[in-house]
Design a protein around this ligand. Structure first.
Ligand code: SAM
Length: 439
C-alpha cells in the first residue's frame, strides 16, 4: 500500500539527498499543497540552521554513535527532535509517532524501535536539555551555534567572540524578507494600496524607494503577484548594487553573472525599460528563468546571452555590474545549506574566480563609465582585499564615493564601499564598490 507523502516525510527525503549528494532539491515537494510546500522549506532550512546542535542531542540520547548512523536515520531523528523541541504546535507524542512511522517505512521495524527509544530518552529529559560541554572552544561554539568550525575560528578572530556570537545568532533566526514594487507593472503607491486592501502588514523602507519589509512572502506568492510581475522578492541589501550603478534610460548596461536576474530587472525598472541591458550568465538553466522573469516583469530592454564572462568580448558599455559568484557567507539565514557546503578551499577558489571575472569585466567598461563589483559575502578576501588587488593592476580605474547613492548606515571604507551585516542591519550581508574608468 502506498502511504501518503507528508511535509515531514518529504523534508526528511530532501535532507537525506542533501547529506548524500550535496543537492538541495525541493521538487519532491511539488506533489504537496501550497501550505505543505511552505512547511517543507521551513523544516529543511530550520533543521539545517540547527544541525550541529540537533546532532549533539541525538548523540547524547542514543547508544549508537551518530557517526555510525546512515543519513536516513540521522535526518529522521533531526526532524523528529526539531519538532519536539522547537515546534510548540506539535505535541511530543505526535512528533515521536510520526518519526517512528517514517523510520519503519524507510528502514524497517527495528530502526523504528531505535527512533522511538532515542526520542523517548530525550522526552524524559525534555525540561532540561543538555548543553554542549566540549573542552575545545571552537567545537563548543560550533556545536552551540550550528556553524562550521572554520567559520567560527575566522569570525571569532576577526570580530571577537561576542560579535561572532551575535552574527551566528542572526544567521540562525528566521530571515527578514523584503519585497520591491516593480514600477514597470504597477506603481509603488498602487502596490501599497494593494497590500493594505489584502490585509498584508508591511513596513516601507527609508533606505531605498519601493522596498517593503514583510513578515512572510507566502501571500505574495499565493496571490500570484510575482508571476504577474507586481513585485520581486529581493533583500534590500541586494538592491544596493543596482542603486550604486545608477543606470539611466538610454544607456548600455552589462549585467555580468546576471541570473536569476533580480538585479537586471531592478535596473530595467530604474531605466524605465529604455536603453539596453545585456544579461550574461554561464548557466543556461538560470538564464531561462531570467528570460521568463523579464517577460513577467515587462523588463523589455533585457537581452540574455549565455557565456563565460572570462571568455567574452564585447564593445564597451556605459555601466557594468559584476555581481560575482561568492561564498555567500552574508546570506546564511536564507540559505542555511551554504554553511555546510563551503570551506576554506572554496573561499580560495571563489577569490581566484572573482579576480578573473573582474579582469574581464574591466575590459568592457568605456572611458568615463563605471563598474560596480558586488558580493553577498562577509569575507574581506572576496571584498575590499579583492578590490585593492584590482586597483593595483588596473591603474585606469578609481574608487568613487558611494555616499550620494546609499544610506549612511551601510557605508564603510571611508565612504568608498558598502557592507551590510545580518546582526547589525537586519538584512542580508552584501558588499559593493563603484569603480570609475578614468583613462
Ligand atoms: C551571485 S549569482 C548572481 C545573482 C544575480 N546577479 C541576481 O541578482 O539575480 C552568480 C552567478 O554567476 C554565474 N557565473 C559563475 N561563473 C560565471 C562565469 N564564468 N561567467 C558567467 N557567469 C558565471 C552563476 O551561474 C550565477 O548565476
Amino acid at each position: 500500500m502506498e502511504t501518503e507523502a507528508t511535509a515531514r516525510s518529504v523534508s526528511v527525503e530532501i535532507l537525506i539527498e542533501f547529506d548524500e549528494n550535496g543537492i538541495l532539491d525541493y521538487s519532491t515537494a511539488n506533489e504537496l499543497d501550497t501550505r505543505d510546500r511552505a512547511e517543507v522549506r521551513e523544516y529543511v532550512q530550520n533543521i539545517l540552521r540547527k544541525r550541529s546542535y540537533l546532532d549533539f542531542l541525538i548523540d547524547n540520547f542514543s547508544n549508537v554513535n551518530i557517526e555510525e548512523m546512515k543519513p536516513s536515520l540521522k535526518n529522521i531523528l533531526r526532524l523528529g527532535i526539531y519538532d519536539m523541541i522547537y515546534m510548540d504546535s506539535t505535541p511530543d507524542y505526535a512528533a515521536i509517532n510520526e518519526s517512528v512511522e517514517i523510520a519503519k517505512l524507510m528502514l524497517g521495524h527495528r530502526t523504528g524501535d531505535l527512533v522511538n527509544a532515542i526520542m523517548r530518552n530525550l522526552q524524559r529529559d525534555g525540561d532540561q536539555l543538555p548543553k554542549p560541554k566540549f573542552k575545545d572552544r571552537t567545537k563548543l561554539v560550533a556545536t552551540t551555534f550550528s556553524h562550521p568550525e572554520w567559520l567560527v575560528k575566522r569570525w571569532s578572530k576577526r570580530f571577537g567572540e561576542r560579535e561572532a556570537f551575535q552574527l551566528m545568532q542572526a544567521n540562525n533566526k528566521r530571515p527578514t524578507y523584503y519585497v520591491r514594487a516593480n514600477n514597470l507593472r504597477t506603481k509603488t503607491e498602487n502596490f501599497k494600496l494593494r497590500m493594505t486592501k489584502n490585509g498584508i502588514q508591511f513596513e516601507e523602507s527609508d533606505w531605498l524607494p519601493g522596498y517593503f519589509r514583510v513578515d512572510s512572502v507566502a501571500p505574495f506568492i499565493s496571490k500570484g503577484w510575482l508571476s504577474k510581475g507586481f513585485c520581486q522578492i529581493q533583500d534590500i541589501a541586494a538592491g544596493f548594487a543596482p542603486t550604486l550603478l545608477d543606470p539611466e534610460p538610454g544607456e548600455t548596461i552589462y549585467d555580468l553573472c546576471a541570473a536569476p536576474g533580480t538585479k537586471s530587472i531592478m535596473m530595467s525598472d530604474m531605466m524605465n525599460a529604455d536603453g539596453d541591458i545585456l544579461a550574461v550568465d554561464i548557466s543556461s538553466e538560470r538564464l531561462d528563468k531570467l528570460a521568463e522573469s523579464a517577460l513577467e516583469y515587462h523588463a523589455e530592454n533585457i537581452k540574455v546571452r549565455r557565456a563565460d564572462v572570462t571568455e567574452l568580448e564585447l564593445d564597451e558599455a556605459d555601466g557594468v555590474l559584476l555581481d560575482a559568484p561568492c561564498t555567500g557567507t552574508g546570506v546564511l539565514s536564507k540559505r542555511a545549506d551554504l554553511r555546510w557546503r563551503r570551506d576554506e578551499e572554496g573561499l580560495e577558489r571563489a577569490v581566484a574566480q572573482q579576480e578573473q571575472l573582474l579582469d574581464s569585466a574591466a575590459k568592457m567598461v568605456k572611458k568615463g563609465g563605471r563598474l560596480v563589483y558586488s558580493t553577498c559575502s562577509l569575507e574581506e578576501e572576496e571584498n575590499m582585499q579583492q578590490v585593492a588587488k584590482f586597483l593595483k593592476k588596473h591603474k585606469n580605474f578609481e574608487l568613487e564615493p558611494v555616499g550620494g547613492y546609499l544610506p549612511d548606515e551601510v557605508i564603510t571604507e571611508e565612504g568608498k564601499a558598502y557592507q551590510t551585516f545580518p546582526h547589525k542591519h537586519n538584512c542580508d550581508g552584501h558588499f559593493g564598490v563603484r569603480l570609475k574608468r578614468v583613462k
